[in-house]
Ligand binder design. Sequence first.
Ligand SMILES: *Cc1c(COP(=O)(O)O)cnc(C)c1O
Length: 290
Amino acid sequence: MDIDPRTYNLSVDCLAEKLAQAEKAGKLPKVVVPVHMCGQSCDMAAIYSLSQQYGFKIIEDASHAIGGKYKGEPIGNCRYSDITIFSFHPVKIITTGEGGMALTNDSALADRMQRYRSHGITSDSRIMQPRPANEIWNYQQVHLGYNYRMTDIQAALGVSQMARLDAYVEQRHHIAERYDAELVDLPLQTPWQHPESYSSYHLYPIRLKLEKSAKSQRQVYDELRAAGILVNLHYIPVYRQPYYEMMGFRAGYCPESERYHAEEISIPMFPTLTKSDQSKIIDVLHEVLA
Ligand SMILES: *Cc1c(COP(=O)(O)O)cnc(C)c1O
């Protein structure tokens, strides 16, 4: 799915168009997985309404978005989805070292996910199959599951991080506001925010206006890194990766995503970024893009 050029999220127009084509071809998807890019929610009400029309399930990939809000409510409440997932990888808003969380309001899905987490095993008598009373069946394996168990030590870290979540996200907003204000005169686009969105600001992506700059994206990226600023690029369109190219995807498939890839640079964004470090980043950006 190509992206919306303002929010960098899944384009709902593109989704609607592809669903209409898929219906004609008899190939409607079972599940759509919207990603809340950089912590800003996708247009979930619109995606939900398409799911009612075409009969697909929704799993929100909210790996970037814990602590964010959509229409005033927390991302993860599954108002417009079947399941929402968070990642607690070390680079994310809060971390448990490794791991994540799946949320749902559907108790059948919750039970099933709990069984998948631990080898498809249950000791719930409502799910276990009847067996002769003289045999001991204190548990049964009813699906093929996995070991997705988080350790108690990791969970304890997660619980203590949860208490600081709102403060972390608030701090990210202060950093974003300063970037927004102090980068305004440079040939770049700061991340546009939808009025119904409260982003968790997992990332702060700038888009270079290359037609207004003498330097290429590569040059700007290299010069920032050479100045000690650990910029990054989020992301390469997934279908340009060798694995998907082997499936037949080619450059040109999602033009908006490719334009984004050719212009984007992520500048440092984390709650412990100091005022003086942020000043340095802003100064260097002004020098590099002068
Ligand atoms: C980090 C990330 C993932 C993967 O999370 P894991 O914890 O490594 O499984 C998936 N989607 C997005 C958008 C992410 O940022």
